[in-house]
Design a protein around this ligand. Sequence first.
Ligand SMILES: C[S@@+](CC[C@H](N)C(=O)[O-])C[C@H]1O[C@@H](n2cnc3c(N)ncnc32)[C@H](O)[C@@H]1O
Length: 328
Amino acid sequence: MTTEQSGSANEGLTGFAHVPVLLEEALELLDLQPGKRYVDVTAGAGGHLLRIAEKVASGDAQHPSVIGIDRDEQSLRTLATKVPAGVQLIHSNYEDIRSAISKYGINTISGGIIADLGVSSMQLDDPYRGFSFLRDGPLDMRMDASQVVTAAEIINNLSEFDLAEIIFRYGEERHSRLIARNIVKARPLKTTLELAEIVSRSLPRNKKKGTARDTSHPATRTFQAIRIAVNTELSSLERFLNEAIDLLEPGARIVVITFHSLEDRLVKQIFKRASIDCVCPPRQPVCTCDHKSKLLIITRKPVIAEEKEVVANIRSRSAKLRAGEKLG
Ligand SMILES: C[S@@+](CC[C@H](N)C(=O)[O-])C[C@H]1O[C@@H](n2cnc3c(N)ncnc32)[C@H](O)[C@@H]1O
């Protein structure tokens, strides 16, 4: 498994502003054209969005040429002070992209849609958000603070079996059962460092310290798993990708940057399905599905960060970018 962006042992200690990943590559693949409309569904600190706006923003907030969506209202409030005219910011889950943009009378996207998945440095660096295993904070991990379910609810209420399932499925953690057993024994848990300590204690000695190649903190996989469960990330991503491909006008593009293999696999599968003419079972002699390809995959292999970007920004080391263009 490739590691999640929060996987570095240095995670959460930088305190730096969010540095956008694969920025130039993403902008080039979006093929920005003035007069067309673009949506950044993970606006965050605006790293990608502000550059898109620089090139194509026009109109006003009611007739925007650039739309930024984010689930995190706090990030949007900060970003709102920086965006030029012609940009509209919307607080929404990207899985609801269709209804979010329809409020502005928009039903199709002429230019493109970009998603840069996962958490931002601001979210990771703020201990009160509960994403960090290096800074103590409440077990929260909600990207949207108005959501009811927190990490504490999941960790303190789920059965040992269900916890192990989550840690195994969303963290691809081989020691999930032992971790779940130790969590249940220590409940109730309140803070991120309590959880990180229990995970470290549950791993065999040789897994506790990263090797030269893998500097992951031992709690990386478990934190990733709980975060995915709290924010129902994979089902949101699946729904978003299908909606986004449908919303694109012919020639418009979709660019998605992922940070771990579960996300990348999903993007690859959905792009592939959208790019083929028949989805009938392989042994079926005659096609009955009526499926038509609607996406041209532009990146046969995912684009990854160059060495110099990885050195400058450790978050980029696990990033993979895939892009497609809507067919006519
Ligand atoms: C990696 S950051 C994006 C950073 C941004 N591209 C930049 O350069 O500043 C991911 C952002 O996506 C948001 N996000 C994650 N899941 C989301 C979802 N389902 N719907 C909307 N926003 C989401 C997070 O709140 C976070 O702000």
